[in-house]
Design a protein. Sequence first.
Length: 273
Amino acid sequence: MNKKCLNVVLISIVLASSCLVNVANAGYIVNGGKDNFIDNGVITTEYRADGTVWEWLDLTVTNGISYNSIIADLADDNTLNNSVSFFAVPGVLLDIQGLSALQAQGWATTAREDVVTMINNFFNTSFNEAFTSIGIPLAPIALDIELFIEMFGDTYHEGNDDYNVSLTDANTALPNIGFALGITSTHRPPLSFGPQYPQNYTVAVADFQYISSQLDQDDMIGSQGTNDLTTNRPEYGTWLTREVFLVSEPSTIVVFSLALFGLIVSRIRRLVR
């Protein structure tokens, strides 16, 4: 084997080794907790343990619009564009109109169990999807509750702002945080309300310590039934998600490695002849 051929072989080994190292190290890094979430303004990206990537629309975008209006608007093209007439609190349409074409597309309502999985991912908890309400002591995750509400939308304060209502916190020295509350697609039995009042579950993360005069209440994560599907409650949003499909880094590197290997073999054959 001549010197030129030997050089090609050595370079090939180095490149192949580098590709193998990259393949071994590629993939999603899931640390658990709030590190798996990226706040992109009106959209929060969640990296899940199963390797999927979800996007969550900020609850304040749909806050004050009835759940049934959101369903009707998404039914034609999965796009938030007010294709039907929203039943909404005055002023909330500005949030919809402020979405770019990319931000408005591809959304779907979310089952309660998926919201609970997301909450477990964020707080490193293990709530069962059937839970109703759980009071959480201020320590050690109070600051995480505030961060969650800021990330997914403070529907309490935003809803009152739409009505130009001024709020006074119990302790003005503490952050101005309320709660992130959204309706899910999971149906619940009508119970005593009767079949004429269909119900879905709401899932909320609430920081009651900082709301009005409720200073003595604990922070709370929980869900409950609501029959407000046809009403435009100013503090109720709708949980909307879309899954991001990415070309995984390992697959890209493998394809590149195979192509490079083919070129190397072809080059060696020409040099050996």
